[in-house]
Write a protein that binds this ligand. Sequence first.
Ligand code: ADP
Length: 213
Amino acid sequence: MAVPRIVLLGPPASGKGTQGRLLANKGGLAYFSTGRQLRRELKAGTELGRRADPYLAAGCYVPDELALALALTWVSGVDGGWVLDGFPRTLPQAQDLDAFLAPQEAALRALILEVPKDELELRVGERRECSVCPWTGTRSGADPSGRCPSCGAELVQRSDDDLGNFRMRFKAFDELTAPVAGYYETSDRLRRVSGVGSPEEVFRRIQSVFHLD
Ligand code: ADP
């Protein structure tokens, strides 16, 4: 069987991080989120973080060459299968990833999580992530102390999770990432899953699509 290589598409707050990690754990795959890595670079004050800063603050996508460098550097270092969360987000990124993977690009699968916009807006206000470990979830899903259920560190709200920024990111998704779904659909590599429901329900749908149960 081909080595699993899965890319996660989906609007902001559709659950890519949560489902991506569940999928990676279940399939024994490596996991990487370009968005999370960009926020880390920003926090660490690296050159890449400084370049990404104005785009993240404005709710825009970072330039393709920046996202590409981040994703392909990570992919090159992985032995075996992987899940990429939030990459590719534009057609040029998808085409460059295919060129990089050739001749194995036909085995790549894209998963899109579909969630209506009004539900996404509700989720954005609730979303929290751990300041230390990879945990992400909702304020109500964490324990009452407001600490990370996984490692006990402080939970924080992402700086880009306000409604105005969300709406900009949603617009970018609609204009730039929806065509990426079309690109994978044309080559029969796209799988659509409803992202509405509890994380467990959504993951059951994903498992059945990828025959992991
Ligand atoms: P969300 O899906 O909620 O927007 P992410 O953590 O996946 O959250 O991404 C946060 C931000 O990081 C994006 O809005 C975008 O500015 C930037 N980003 C992440 N991946 C890419 C990418 N492949 N291309 C361009 N920008 C990206």
